[in-house]
Each structure stands twice: as C-alpha cells, then as structure tokens.
Design a protein around this ligand. Structure first.
Ligand code: ADP
Ligand code: MG
Length: 338
C-alpha cells in the first residue's frame, strides 16, 4: 500500500495547491510563498504557520523550553520578514503529553510571552490538546505590510544579483557539534554555533527595510538550505541561478569546526538549512545602491553570492569549474532515490 513517506513533502504541497485553487479576489498569494498574502484596502495581511514536533524538529533528551519558545517564534518571524512585513499577532496551538512537567511549560510560556511583549506582538488565540505521544508546538503569525512593498519569490529577472543577509552554515555546524561533542572546541565558538542552531534569529528588521528600499525583486528566508531555497526563487521566477562558492559568507567558527571534523563548511552553507538568513535579489544596476543603503541604515554588509540566469537549474561556480548543484536541504517524507 502506498505510504506518505514515499511521496515527498514538496509533492504533497504541490498536490494541495492543485486541489485547493484560490478563488477569493482578496487572496493575492495562496500556497507557495513564505506567507499567504491577503488584501485589505492598501494593506497586505500576511499569514504563516510552522509546527515543531518532538522527535522530528527537536529531541526529547535535549529539549529546552526557552530555546523551543525562541525558535518557534523565530522560524515564523522569519517568514513574515521574508515577505517584507512586520509581525502583529499570533495564535499558539499545542498538543501536550500529560507527563510534561509544569516547570517546563511555565518556562516555555514565560519566554514566549517575553518575546511577544518586547515586539508588541499580541497572542490572540490558539488551541490546546493532550498528546498521547510527542510534544507538538504550532505557532501561526499575522503580519502586515503595504501591498506595494510585499516581496514574492517570483519577482526575480535574468541577470539579477543574488544576495544573502549574513553568514550561512552556523546552524548546521552547531547541530554537528552537538552530535559529535568536541570537548576541545573553543567555548565562545561553541556557543555561537550551538546558539545559531538552538535559538536562531530572524531578520525581522532587515526584511521590511529591504522591501521598503524598492530595490529588491524577490526574497525568501533560508530555512531548508541555500540550494533548496534558491531553487524555490528560481522556479517561481521561471529562471535558473549560479552561485559563486568562494563568495558564500561563512563564519570563522564554522570554518574552524570544519577543520576539526574534516568537513567542508561550504556544504553546511549550501544544504544545512535552519539559518533563517534572508536570500534576496536585486537588479545588477541597483546593487551598489542597495549595498550602500543597507550599510548606512542598518550598519551591516549584505553579501552578493550569485546571479539569476535564464537557463533553469542551479550551478556552482568556483575558481576552476562550473558544476550542477544538486545537493538538497532537508525535506520531510524524502521520496526514495531523490
Ligand atoms: P516555509 O519553509 O517558508 O515555512 P514550507 O516549505 O513549509 O514554507 O511551505 C511551502 C508552502 O506550502 C507555503 O506556502 C505553505 O503555506 C504551504 N503549505 C505547507 N503545508 C501546507 C498544508 N498542510 N496545507 C496548506 N498549505 C501548506
Ligand atoms: Mg520560509
């Protein structure tokens, strides 16, 4: 009998898209971007939701209520930022095993409420159930933006410069570090990588700033890995892309761990996922202006890592050669052979 694990997450979502065509004239974007976009006068309402399941997204042995609260919020904030919006409100849905300790739950709620309060986000509802198995946490967020500023995955053109907002691969390196337990690894570096994995930061200020510059053509957050998320932008825009591997920003900490574990940190950057940096595109002719605006207003440097091209597919480019990038990030229900 056919089983879901052989179908693949992307195929499941594609099937949902076909079976639920959007009819409402207020729906500007349904399934297929970081948020759904709903029109309300000249404002866009942005909707996103993400789930975290014990045993899939975090391990029972190491689950930490504070990190879980921060990560649950960050992964959702990141999707709102990737559309160029700001988050206003949220709905929290949980399925809790009866054995969950009250201290664990209280700490989770305390941290989540502090995070909400500090950003002026309101918790406006949700749902609560017991769970006969794993702890399941789901957050849905509602964001807003001016309709004219919303940035989609589909807006890139041939020749556009591809940027990432910050170093990639720290989260994957942090996960490797937790798995390998390298006692000799320098403490400060350990903390940077493990924190990147446990409590990632969303680009909640940069996303709306970029959108308002009017210089961004497409945007996505890097949740599944650079190659997978760039391929979403390329496919949605009807294009391909090339990545300059030597220009990928990689932290000194990830490089140093790569030397110890004898792993190439470029692979963490390409396929690791869970970085929650932003990937975005800009016309090449406006690229210098964009870099200057971000430096002057946000005090940081964005990194040009590639170029959109007409031919479909992703290519890696290094000093010696060009090659097809087939490495994929994490996909649920990975179909066999893919
Ligand atoms: P992201 O990584 O940005 O959170 P996903 O890969 O989870 O995005 O989802 C891709 C798209 O598919 C999004 O538009 C999301 O809303 C939609 N989607 C995922 N799962 C479902 C579902 N069960 N029902 C409807 N839409 C879904
Ligand atoms: Mg996303």
């Amino acid at each position: 009998m056919a089983q879901l694990k052989n179908i693949g997450e992307l195929n499941l979502i594609r099937d949902l898209m076909n079976r639920f065509p959007t009819a409402g004239s207020e729906v500007i974007k349904g399934i297929g971007d970081d948020c759904a976009v709903f029109k309300s006068d000249d404002k866009a309402l942005l909707f996103t939701t993400d789930i975290m399941v014990e045993g899939v997204h975090f391990l029972s042995e190491t689950k930490n209520p504070s990190s879980l609260a921060k990560k649950l919020l960050a992964v959702n904030l990141s999707d709102v930022a990737a559309m160029g919006g700001r988050t206003r409100a949220g709905l929290l849905t949980v399925a809790l095993p009866g054995e969950t300790e009250t201290d664990f739950w209280n700490e989770f709620i305390k941290v989540l409420s502090d995070e909400f309060l500090s950003r002026w986000i309101d918790l406006i509802g949700g749902d609560t159930s017991s769970s006969p198995g794993p702890l399941i946490l789901n957050l849905a967020l509602i964001g807003t933006a001016d309709i004219k500023n919303v940035i989609y995955r589909s807006g890139a053109s041939e020749g556009d410069a591809i940027y990432v907002s910050r170093a990639l691969g720290d989260s994957a390196a942090g996960l490797d570090l937790l798995r390998h337990d390298e006692p000799g690894f320098e403490r400060h570096a350990f903390e940077r990588l493990v924190t990147a994995h446990d409590s990632p930061r969303a680009e909640e200020d940069l996303g709306p700033f970029l959108a308002k510059t009017g210089l961004i053509t497409a945007m996505i957050d890097i949740s599944d890995g650079l190659t997978t998320d760039l391929s979403h932008v390329a496919e949605a825009s009807g294009l391909g892309a090339e990545l300059y591997l030597k220009d990928l920003p990689i932290s000194d900490e990830a490089k140093s761990l790569g030397r110890i574990l004898k792993k190439d940190p470029v692979n963490w950057a390409l396929t690791g996922g869970e970085d929650y940096a932003l990937l975005f595109t800009s016309r090449e002719s406006r690229a210098a202006e964009l870099e200057k605006l971000v430096r002057e207003n946000m005090g940081r440097d964005i990194r040009k890592v590639g170029r959109m091209k007409a031919a479909p597919g992703l290519e890696g480019v290094d000093a010696e050669s060009r090659f097809l990038l087939t490495g994929r990030g994490y996909e649920h229900f990975q179909p066999e052979g893919e």
